[in-house]
Each structure stands twice: as structure tokens, then as C-alpha cells.
Write a protein that binds this ligand. Structure first.
Ligand code: SF4
Length: 408
């Protein structure tokens, strides 16, 4: 995205006082001996869960072989050198429950079942992105719900609860509220989280709008687990222009502060456009993320859907190569051990196949319809009806056209 000073769309720079809005409760990156000891404990849990799931040496050997195969494809067999400590819990990945959580073993059993099927339970879905409103005051360049934005609401509070019950009947480790801007439905989200938090971790995906200190506290006391805040540039002016809304950068970084203050597992999500897919930009952005104190940064590639429909926005191989090299550096190199961990779904999906399409992950749009993912607008059917399982099965059968066979 270029900032054209002659354009009527130009938004004036913001005077941001970073020191005033930096949390005094940042996440801590753990590495060295401490990380190795935590990994050892995790390996014991993994093996014990596999023993419980397969109850046979052949089953355990088979799943270990699949795991090694995945690691070799994804990273050439390298191990992540750091993890995130937040609110007394340790995290390797954004959507994996900490090993002290009661959801950890059901999650692991679900993951194992996808690799080598077993019959001893586990969650069917690792992550569900659940849209709870069509309303949003922003006008982001990349908005995938653009065509539905600010239309008449279809989903009511009872529908939200009904959808959560349907999802939890299959096992859904993480339910992430999105939209539109989910922070326009704080009361409804808090009520649902209070009722259903024992069976899923609940997340808020927000632009930062309305993520005030009071709302952050209300959702946290209801039991919300994590927050992902969208920040699309380290430069406030460029972010505000991308989001089409003056003040959105200040809202976003203030939301990060409130999330960290309240002890949420906190991440930043950023759309990396062609213009920003260079090492100078990535390093500056990662420095901002580190200084804000978040544990994870999610990079997403622009897709030609929603507001970007029919536009030539897809990253080219040379852009992806820059991001992939940076991902490996930030994940495995000691020099970056104090920077947040990077989540780059497209990289792993290119290596391992699609994670979504109703398999590990699914998206529920603002009409309550199950879709493969936020960027692939193929509908499988409604999550609200009695035949929601069939709706999910429809997605699984159709698979993914972008990333090849669904990863199992
Ligand atoms: S991307 Fe999110 S914040 Fe931006 S316009 Fe769309 S719904 Fe609103």
C-alpha cells in the first residue's frame, strides 16, 4: 500500500505516545535450558497421550513417524528455540492450549487422530473462527467480509450460543470471535464465554475498536483466553490508511496494552502486502511487536476476496521467499530469541497441505454458514441447523483448491 500525499484519502500522522501505552505486563520469551526443560516435559505428555490413544507399539511408532515427516517438511527437522510465557503458562503455538490446561490432552488426541486415526476421543476441530456480527466501523483494504459488512444482522445472541453448543458437541479447542468487529457485541460474548469456557478456549480477534480497559476486563473476568489485534504497519499513518480509519493505529496498540494488562495470551496479526514483503519492513515490524510485549505475530497474505476481490494482490514467489526466510530466522535463530514467535499459516500450508476446509480449522460467516476458511468463500451449509455435521462433512469432501489435499 502506498501513501500518496496528493490523495484525498490521506490521513494525518498520529502523535502516538508509545511509552504511555506500553503494558507493564509483557509476555516473556523463554529459551535456553529453561525452554529445553519445558520441551522435555511436553515430550513426556505427548508420549503418554499417544500411549493412551493407541495402546499399541505399532500405533505409537506410526504416529511418531508421521510427526517426524511433518517436521522434516516444515522445517527440515529443526526445533523451535523459544516459547512464550504468559500469565504463568507456556505456549509453543498460538492455538495450542498450555500443557497445564484441561483442554491440552483432548486437543492432542484430536491432532493425533488426524495423523493416524484412533478411537479414543479428542477434539475434531482445533480452531473455529466464529463471526458474531456484520457491523464494523472500519474500511480495511483487505476485508474478506466486505460484501456483508454493515448489512442487517442475521445472527442473534441465542444463535451464538446454539452454534457454540454445536461446535462443542464435536470438540472445538479454540473458538475465536470475529466479524465484522466482535467488540460491538461485548455483552453477548461475555455471556457465552461464561457459559461455555470449560470446553473451549475463547479468543477475540479485533481491530482494537472498543477494546477499552473496562471491556477487556469484563471479557477476561468472563473467562476469555486470548486476543489477536490487527496491526498492518509499524507506521501509524500507513496503518490508518490501510484500515481507512483515522485513529485505528492508536486503538490497536492501546488494545494490545489492555490485553497484556489483563493477562490475555496476546498476538498481533498483520496482512503483509507486496509492498511490505521485504526484510527491512519485516524487521521493523517485528521490532515494534517485540517492544509492545506480545508473544506471537501472525502474518497473513493478501487474498483476492472481499474488498480485494478482482485485484492483483497475491504475493509472488519472490515475496513469499522473503517471508519464508524471515520466518525461519525468527523461529530458529538465536539472534531473534527475544522476538515474538511468528505464525505464517500459508508457509505451513504450502509445505503440508490445507489446515482448514472443515478439518483442523473452519470459518463460520456472519450468516452462520460453515466455510472452508475466511479467505475461501466456499460454503458447506449452516452451523445452525440440525444437519451441521453434514455441513462440515461437505467442506471436508470438497477439500481445498489452493493448498492441495487437506493435511491429515
Ligand atoms: S477487516 Fe475487520 S476491522 Fe477491517 S473492515 Fe473488515 S471486519 Fe472491519
Amino acid at each position: 500500500m502506498s501513501v500518496d500525499p496528493t490523495s484525498a484519502k490521506v490521513i494525518q500522522p498520529l502523535d502516538v505516545d508509545y511509552d504511555a501505552i506500553r503494558s507493564s505486563n509483557p509476555h516473556r520469551m523463554v529459551h535456553g535450558v529453561e525452554a529445553r526443560l519445558i520441551r522435555l516435559r511436553q515430550q513426556v505428555i505427548n508420549v503418554w497421550t499417544a500411549v493412551q490413544a493407541y495402546r499399541s507399539p505399532a500405533g505409537i511408532r506410526a504416529v511418531i513417524a508421521r510427526l517426524k515427516e511433518h517436521r522434516a517438511l516444515a522445517s527440515g527437522g529443526k526445533r523451535v528455540v523459544k516459547l512464550v510465557s504468559a500469565a504463568g503458562r507456556n505456549h509453543w503455538r498460538l492455538f495450542i492450549p498450555a500443557n497445564t490446561s484441561p483442554l491440552h490432552v483432548p486437543f492432542l488426541k484430536g491432532e493425533l487422530n488426524r495423523l493416524v486415526p484412533h478411537s479414543r476421543g479428542g477434539h475434531e476441530l482445533a480452531v473455529v473462527f466464529l463471526s458474531v456480527t456484520k457491523k464494523c466501523p472500519l474500511k480495511c483494504e483487505h476485508c474478506f467480509e466486505w460484501d456483508n459488512l454493515n448489512q442487517k444482522e442475521v445472527i442473534g445472541p441465542e444463535d451464538i450460543n446454539h452454534m457454540i453448543e454445536n461446535l462443542q458437541s464435536m470438540g472445538a479447542t479454540n473458538i475465536a470471535f470475529t466479524g465484522g468487529e466482535p467488540m460491538l457485541r461485548v455483552r453477548e460474548m461475555a455471556e457465552s464465554i461464561r457459559r461455555y469456557k470449560s470446553k473451549s478456549q475463547f479468543w477475540i480477534l479485533t481491530s482494537g475498536f472498543n477494546f477499552t480497559a473496562a471491556n477487556a476486563a469484563e471479557l477476561r473476568s468472563a473467562g476469555a483466553h486470548g486476543v489477536v489485534v490487527s496491526i498492518d504497519h509499524y507506521d501509524p499513518l500507513a496503518h490508518d490508511q490501510f484500515r481507512g480509519t483515522k485513529g485505528s493505529f492508536r486503538d490497536a496498540i492501546t488494545a494490545v496494552k489492555h490485553a497484556l494488562d489483563q493477562g490475555y495470551l496476546t498476538a498481533i496479526s498483520t496482512c503483509v502486502t507486496r509492498e511490505n514483503a521485504n526484510r527491512e519492513y519485516i524487521d521493523a515490524f517485528m521490532d515494534l511487536a517485540k517492544s509492545l510485549g506480545v508473544g506471537f505475530v501472525q502474518w497473513i497474505e493478501p487474498k483476492a476476496v472481499g474488498h480485494y476481490a478482482m485485484q492483483d494482490v497475491l504475493l509472488k514467489p519472490e515475496h513469499q521467499a522473503v517471508l519464508e526466510e524471515a520466518l525461519l530466522d525468527y523461529t530458529y535463530m538465536d539472534a531473534y530469541k527475544d522476538h515474538p514467535l511468528v505464525i505464517y499459516h500459508e508457509y505451513y500450508q504450502r509445505k503440508l497441505g490445507c489446515f482448514a476446509a472443515g478439518n483442523k480449522m473452519v470459518y463460520v460467516d456472519t450468516d452462520g454458514d460453515l466455510m472452508s476458511c475466511p479467505f475461501c468463500h466456499r460454503k458447506g451449509g449452516s452451523l445452525l441447523g440440525d444437519d451441521f455435521r453434514q455441513s462440515l462433512e461437505n467442506l471436508r469432501t470438497a477439500g481445498c483448491s489452493d493448498y492441495g489435499p487437506v493435511m491429515v
